[in-house]
Design a protein around this ligand. Structure first.
Ligand SMILES: NC(=O)c1ccc[n+]([C@@H]2O[C@H](COP(=O)([O-])OP(=O)(O)OC[C@H]3O[C@@H](n4cnc5c(N)ncnc54)[C@H](OP(=O)(O)O)[C@@H]3O)[C@@H](O)[C@H]2O)c1
Length: 241
């Protein structure tokens, strides 16, 4: 399957978890892929594994913290040099801080909103400038069911993902006539290290990161006349508490 042959993609937050699975799937489908995360060692380890599925495609990486607009500008300049174009942006980098509102610090709030929401804006802005010079492109934002279902302890995370959903829909309306397709995916529990303090959260009932990657590929496969703007995805048989 090489349906993305010749396409060039950036996946943020792809040293592990959902981003890594998306990068791997895009490579297998024939795209050249640039990944970012904050740790060089983690990027190197991910690239070593990604190269195995790259089958001749370019798998490259660069340290960038998406909450810093300067890092994001550097990431996209690197893409200009190394990929020589851009067709696909996957805004995936994100994390969770789960605390009651009164216990959230200003730093907690700024870091979370800065990564999960402002980071998606910084990257999308850079991508849209490049899409204007080409024939359009696709942006897929990895949101969460927490973007529609508030829960206690989720004030900052809920705000970031509700915000990301609204941002995605408005950006879609702004740019669909420019041949830019904006989509967002709202997963429930996915078995990654998310929110687990560094340990893997492996459970049979959870969605696998590769399943989210399959959804990304399905969105990208749609004919140009059709835009999947929002996807909700949840474990089919969640744990009963
Ligand atoms: N797992 C779930 O249950 C679930 C459910 C719904 C939605 N999501 C969303 O899916 C996305 C990916 O989550 P995941 O479960 O794959 O988490 P993960 O396993 O913790 O991976 C997160 C990735 O993002 C990178 N990252 C974090 N902060 C970053 C920043 N400021 N700049 C650049 N990269 C950054 C991490 O690398 P470094 O730490 O080295 O930077 C890592 O590569 C997030 O947006 C999350 O909100 C997850």
């Amino acid at each position: 399957m090489r349906e993305l042959s010749g396409k060039k993609a950036i996946v943020t937050g792809a040293s592990k978890g959902i981003g890594f699975a998306i990068a791997s799937t895009l490579l297998s489908a024939g795209a050249d892929v640039l990944i970012c995360a904050r740790g060089q060692k983690q990027i190197d380890a991910a690239l070593e594994r990604l190269t195995a599925s790259a089958s001749g495609r370019k798998a490259i990486g660069r340290v960038a913290d998406v909450s810093k607009s300067g890092d994001v500008a550097g990431l996209f300049r690197f893409a200009d040099q190394e990929l020589g174009g851009l067709d696909i942006l996957i805004n995936n980098a994100g994390f969770g801080t789960f605390r009651a509102t009164a216990e959230l610090t200003v730093e907690d709030w700024d870091r979370l909103i800065g990564t999960n929401l402002s980071g998606a804006f910084y990257c999308s802005r850079e991508a849209l400038q490049r899409f204007q010079n080409s024939k359009g492109g696709s942006i897929i934002n990895i949101s969460s069911l927490a973007g529609k279902n508030p829960f206690a302890g989720g004030a900052a995370y809920n705000a970031s993902k509700f915000g990301l959903n609204g941002f995605s829909e408005a950006m879609m309306l702004d740019h669909r006539h420019d041949n830019v397709r904006v989509s967002y995916i709202m997963p429930g529990s996915v078995s990654t290290e998310f929110g687990a303090g560094g340990g893997a959260r492996k459970s049979d009932w959870m969605i696998a990161p590769e399943d989210i990657a399959e959804i990304v590929l399905s969105i990208l496969r749609m004919p140009a006349r059709t835009l999947i703007s929002r996807v909700e995805v949840r474990p089919s048989r969640p744990r009963k508490d």
